[in-house]
Design a binder for this molecule. Structure first.
Ligand code: ADP
Length: 399
């Protein structure tokens, strides 16, 4: 079965056509600068054929039309007709408290996703636009929504309620939701397979470390705690996001610098994190290069990031009352031995001990612990698109 996986952002739309039985990505691509001058589509087929072309895309509807055209054309197409798309799986950022798992999209579901827009004003509207565009062009093809928040809906109340007046939770549903759920679920399930142990008997801390980073405590197959919050700004210092800071620092800075809420939002989301600390870059490869050249603030940024990951692992082991495995995933988690080494140093007291040789690995599934380590430390490349495609099949199989 071929599943079209759509990840729609405000001005871009990523897609993959996946043959699920063979776990083959038949084609993938990106429609970029939608609604802006210079919009373009970049498309790559599994056999290496590729197309990049500038083409006017005023809306997500145009983008879907273009990607369908390129999927079926002679130049770099991989299917003969739309009939070869069995279903569409959409990544939807926020499912609020309404969605505990993925769902088949119908009018009612779409309305409920639209109701969640208040919680994710930047992310949910393009997801909804993507769903509506697919319904028009791929009429009759089943569509499934897979939510970033759903996996964390198993968190207990003590983990997700903020110590603010309770009425704000009741009035606005202001609480911790957590994100990257598809990734945390996928890599924790893979960890159980790799360790050859039942998923529902393992205590796992999953570290999704990319541009956006979050950590989750997965206790017996259920997320019981995670580092992102009401929005993806909370938790770890990230590429450009500040993560957890004293909330009073926000009002202090707004008063001192006479800045608006929009500007403050921009500072916390786009000018902070390792970029803000180092003044160099949000990309860890640039930071490592700067460290080699003697840049002390780049070194400080790496230290802060690794220190925070370490503290979350410790905290989550306590939250679960034990720890069987730590998983590193996403761009940094999969490819950055230095960060993994910094995080795992001096963690022997907890049972974590990694083998420096094995830790050199990048982008493969591997257990990097020493043989005698009580806690297994794993690298597991995440694959959110494959997870969405599998979820989609699972659901339409049920329908
Ligand atoms: P996003 O959250 O945008 O999906 P990624 O998961 O791609 O981000 O993570 C981006 C980070 O991962 C960057 O800081 C980058 O340095 C690091 N990264 C990604 N790929 C590699 C690689 N092949 N080698 C080293 N670092 C990498």
């Amino acid at each position: 079965m071929n599943i079209l996986v759509i990840n729609a952002g405000s001005s871009s739309l990523k897609y993959q056509l996946i043959n699920v039985e063979g776990e083959i990505v038949l084609a993938k691509g990106l429609c970029d600068r939608i609604g802006l001058p210079g919009s373009l589509i970049k498309h790559k087929a599994h056999d290496g054929r590729s197309v990049t072309k500038e083409i006017v895309m005023d809306s997500h509807l145009d983008a879907i039309k273009q990607l369908i055209a390129v999927l079926t054309d002679e130049e770099a197409g991989v299917i003969k007709s739309l009939d070869e798309i069995d279903a569409v799986g959409h990544r939807v950022v926020h499912g609020g408290e309404k969605f505990f798992s993925s769902v088949i999209i119908d009018d009612e579901v779409l309305r409920t996703i639209e109701e969640c827009e208040e919680l994710a004003p930047l992310h949910n509207p393009p997801n909804v636009t993507g769903i509506k565009a697919c319904s028009k062009i791929l009429e009759g093809v089943p569509q499934v929504a897979v939510f970033d928040t759903a996996f964390h809906q198993t968190m207990p109340k003590k983990a997700y309620i903020y110590a603010l007046p309770y009425e704000y939770y009741e009035k606005y549903k202001l609480r911790k939701y957590g994100f990257h759920g598809t990734s945390h679920k996928y890599v924790s399930e893979r960890a159980a397979v790799l360790l050859n142990k039942p998923y529902d008997q393992l205590k796992i801390v999953t570290c999704h470390l990319g541009n956006g980073s979050s950590i989750a405590a997965v206790d017996c197959g259920k997320s019981v705690e995670t580092s992102m919050g009401f929005t993806p700004l909370d938790g770890l210092a990230m590429g450009t996001r500040c993560g957890t800071i004293d909330p009073a620092a926000v009002t202090f800075l707004m008063n001192k610098e006479k800045i608006s809420t929009e500007e403050m939002d921009d500072i916390m989301n786009k000018k902070s994190g390792v970029y803000g600390i180092s003044g160099v870059s949000s990309d860890f490869r640039d930071l490592e290069k700067a460290v080699e050249e003697g840049n002390e603030r780049a070194e400080l940024a790496l230290q802060i990031f690794a220190y925070q990951v370490k503290k979350f692992i410790g905290a989550y082991a306590c939250a679960m009352g034990g720890l069987d495995a730590v998983v590193f995933t996403a761009g940094i988690g999969e490819n950055n031995p230095d960060i993994r080494q910094r995080v795992c140093s001096n963690m022997e007291f907890l049972g974590i001990r990694i083998d420096p040789e094995k830790n050199r690995s990048r982008g493969i599934e591997i257990d990097i612990s020493t043989d005698d380590a009580k806690v297994r430390t794993l690298i597991i490349p995440t694959n959110e698109e494959l997870a969405i495609a599998k979820e989609t099949i699972r659901l339409i199989g049920k329908a």
